[in-house]
Design a protein around this ligand. Structure first.
Ligand SMILES: Cc1cc2nc3c(=O)[nH]c(=O)nc-3n(C[C@H](O)[C@H](O)[C@H](O)COP(=O)(O)O)c2cc1C
Length: 403
């Protein structure tokens, strides 16, 4: 079973990620991870913090001569902004007093964090709840993604809407119909999206979305949006219906919902299916040479908690950023009086970046279930297990059911 942990505060010295459970002999480089870290930092609507940071991993362990050893892999990502926060983030109590933050922002972790951990400074909540931590997750997800690439599994994402303005809304429907011929793999989708500063597939809508972000920024507000995450080349058989917590769809939902500000996740045609007839929703089974397929992919590639070999299709919703320049009402915890919430440097929207983080989380879950099914200690052993299953499974069914 693979697992990872992250440590670090938003304005602390650095983030650390420890990844455990990957096999030996997986080729991986810091350039590969840095490439995905850079993708997470992009997107129109982010704060100036992203101009200060240029995320890069230092690999501390687990990789020798370009390949994994099978031992725990650890990464360090420096926070360049830390030099400006040394006093505020000091490990030891400095002699000069630090100004406490006393006004919680609605929709953020500020008040709940203070209530739960008995802090007397909201800074203690802000630092760890910040989505800067998602850089450390992208480092972990990049190992998973690299591993999956060896088995032809590709992960991608794109932004479907920001602030209510949609771009190429039909694309997801085309994927659900299983007939998108223009875009073949998850990664091809991401390559196309990465060409847009808001990571949309239809460039004609890009300008409208940018203008929307500019106008909300001027009005002191923020916006959220929807994004699509997709995994192609996923083999049949990941996940299980044998126990609730082994279901692939449930695990994907958990991992995506764990991303800051993600408030909804649907598999395939999810919410829409509730208003449709069974005959419109369920994907008819076909046979395609030596494998089964489905005419459509409304299920989003998962049936009964198990991958069915079709692309895994997910739509997720990110709420608007909680830090507003035109503040909402709050309470000053030092006076207990009603006041306007406080503002600190913040993104206006981060949907493009959130979609990249979602790619990492999706890669992680799929790698996890892949290793549960085909696991071994070296990449070669896993490849044998994988080849044996995928080559033989269709014939086993055919033989078993033969009259
Ligand atoms: C990539 C990314 C960047 C974010 N940037 C900010 C930000 O600059 N300011 C902010 O207030 N919230 C930001 N958020 C959202 C907060 O982290 C999130 O709203 C907060 O943790 C509370 O949301 P929750 O209730 O979902 O945890 C960002 C989220 C993501 C995924």
């Amino acid at each position: 079973m693979i697992r990872f942990l992250t440590a670090g505060e938003s304005h602390g010295k650095a983030f650390v990620t420890i990844v455990e459970g990957f096999p030996s002999n997986l080729p991986i480089s810091s350039d590969y991870i840095d490439f995905h870290l850079k993708r997470r930092q992009g997107g129109y609507g982010r704060s100036n913090r992203m101009k200060i940071e240029s995320d890069a991993v230092q690999i501390l362990s687990g990789i020798r001569l370009g390949k994994t050893l099978g031992s725990p892999i650890s990464f360090l990502i420096e926070n360049k902004d830390w030099v400006n926060w040394k006093d505020v983030m000091s490990i030891v109590k400095p002699t000069d007093s630090i100004k406490k933050i006393t006004i919680p922002r609605p929709g953020h972790a500020d008040l709940v964090g203070v209530s739960k951990y008995n802090f007397d400074d909201i800074r203690n909540s802000i630092e760890r709840s910040s989505a800067r931590e998602t850089a450390a997750r992208v480092a972990a997800g990049s190992v998973a993604r690299k591993f999956l690439e060896h088995f032809g599994i590709q992960i991608g994402s794109y932004v479907e809407s920001i602030g209510g303005i949609y771009s190429y809304k039909d694309h997801f429907n085309e994927l659900l119909q299983n007939k998108t011929s223009s875009v073949k793999t998850g990664w091809e989708i991401s390559v196309k999206a990465d060409k847009s500063v808001v990571r949309v597939l239809d460039k004609t809508q890009e300008k409208k979305i940018i203008n929307k972000i500019i106008s909300i920024k001027k009005s002191g507000d923020t916006v959220g949006g929807n994004f699509i995450a997709i995994a192609t080349g996923v083999p049949v058989g990941l996940g299980s219906f044998m126990q609730f917590d082994r279901r692939l769809d449930a695990d994907i939902a958990f991992h995506l919902m764990s991303i800051n500000a993600v408030k909804g996740v649907e598999m395939g045609n999810g919410f829409e299916s509730a208003n449709q007839f069974g005959s419109q929703v369920h994907d008819e089974i076909t046979i395609n040479g030596k494998s089964f397929s489905r005419k459509t992919n409304h299920s989003g590639g998962i049936e009964g908690g198990i991958s069915n070999g079709l692309p895994i299709l997910i739509r997720a919703a990110m709420k608007p950023i909680s830090t507003l320049a035109k503040p909402l009402n709050s309470i000053d915890l030092s006076s207990m009086k009603k006041v306007a919430s406080r503002y600190e440097r913040s993104d206006f929207t981060a949907v493009p970046s959130c979609a990249v983080v979602a790619e990492s989380m999706l890669a992680w879950v799929i790698a996890k279930h892949f290793l549960i099914k085909f696991g071994g200690d070296s990449l070669e052993e896993i490849r044998d297990n994988f080849n044996s299953f995928t080559k033989k499974s269709f014939n086993r069914i055919r033989k078993g059911f033969k009259k």
